[in-house]
Write a new protein. Structure first.
Length: 371
């Protein structure tokens, strides 16, 4: 999957006066920076924030996975999935870079716990709906492919009802029957030399070609019913393809035509329904994901920097994702002091250094990868 854009989103105390340095120095000044506005939430107690922090980390990852899954689905059923990455009326990148909290949908007088529950439940319901619709589409697609193989496959698998005619068969005989054999063209010589001696009581010179395609010739062979199963088994050993599935019937022919038309219509409708739902789901789940991300950043900022919430939030864009690791390192070197002595002076911790979480950042910093 090709990445569309990559971002770092960070929260820093306003006392850090970070904007000028991030805009002019980070990544050589080549990374566009958006200062974004997150609202102030109903914080609750410190214990509740710690609990919400753990829950938000889990939901953040789950919703990112949901967005990726929807993109995968859209990529599998549309020629240009990038055209489907619309959030509201904007591209996903434009939505991020001009993010505004949806106060109409998610009222800020609600506690953080209630907001998280409301946002995530709506998103997970949509995620389940998309997965269900995708499964329905896969079933419809499989059914249509099976019907299409019967109609348009090669002579070893396709329906033969539109190819054969009643006069090509021995019908209503007490002892004789006619079998159909699809023979690979590379094995025709072997077939014509040996079919009469494959079992007892094969009618000499009864083999007739009644159809051909790029890979096979379809033969009829007449023999005694008693030896039909034995003949078919021997034919398979020669790598020929007995069409034991075929029984001549006008009713079957009509049913096959109806099956093809019905499965084609069902597959087409399922696909269109899935695309419409997945586009809507991408928009709504993506928006939910970043609203959860906003709450998570706020909660982590309060836990790191305390109250009142005097924080600046920056969304930093990296057109080349390969520059992100160095940018993270430079940010940490510049603002690592915010983590306190325990972080900035790890070299002096000696035997205690291994206890420091290697993934811990000295300030609030997350990567946002748009796929």
């Amino acid at each position: 999957m090709v990445s569309v854009a990559n971002y770092l989103v960070t929260s820093l105390p306003q006392t850090a006066s970070a904007q000028d340095w991030i805009e002019k120095t980070l990544n050589g000044g080549k990374s566009p920076v958006n200062k974004i506005n997150f609202p102030e939430f109903q914080s609750g107690t410190l214990d509740s924030l710690v609990q919400e922090s753990e829950e938000l980390a889990k939901i953040d990852g789950q919703l990112q996975g949901s967005v990726s899954k929807v993109v995968d689905i859209l990529s599998s059923v549309t020629e240009n999935a990038s055209n489907t990455r619309i959030v509201g009326s904007k591209s996903a990148t434009a939505y991020l870079e001009s993010f505004q909290w949806n106060t109409t949908k998610y009222r800020l007088d609600k506690p953080i716990k209630d907001l998280v529950s409301l946002i995530s439940n709506e998103a997970f319901t949509l995620d389940n709906d998309v997965r269900s619709a995708y499964q329905s589409y896969q079933t419809a697609k499989s059914n249509f492919q099976a019907a299409d193989r019967k109609k348009n496959g090669d002579l070893s698998i396709k329906s033969l009802h539109e190819i054969v005619r009643p006069e090509q068969f021995v019908l209503d005989s007490e002892h004789l029957t006619t079998v159909l054999i699809a023979v690979p063209k590379t094995l025709i010589g072997d077939f014509e030399k040996t079919y009469e001696t494959l079992t007892q009581f094969v009618i000499p010179r009864s083999a007739e070609v009644i159809a051909t395609d790029a890979e096979y010739s379809l033969y009829t062979v007449t023999l005694f019913k008693k030896y039909q199963q034995e003949f078919n088994t021997a034919a398979r050993e020669h790598k020929w393809h007995p069409r034991t599935d075929f029984v001549y019937s006008e009713e079957t022919l009509n049913n096959l035509r109806k099956e093809f038309d019905l499965t084609k219509a069902t597959e087409s409708k399922s696909k269109n329904d899935l695309i419409r739902l997945a586009k809507t789901a991408y928009s709504d789940i993506f928006a939910a994901w970043f609203h959860i991300k906003a709450i998570r950043i706020y909660v982590e900022s309060v836990l790191r920097y305390g109250l009142p919430p005097h924080f600046d939030y920056f969304l930093i864009k990296f057109p080349d994702a390969r520059t992100i690791p160095k940018a993270r390192k430079d940010l940490i070197e510049k603002f690592g002091y915010l983590g306190g002595d325990g972080f900035s002076n790890q070299s002096s911790l000696h035997e205690y250094a291994s206890l420091v979480d290697p993934d811990y950042e000295p300030f609030v910093l997350y990567e946002v990868d748009l796929v």
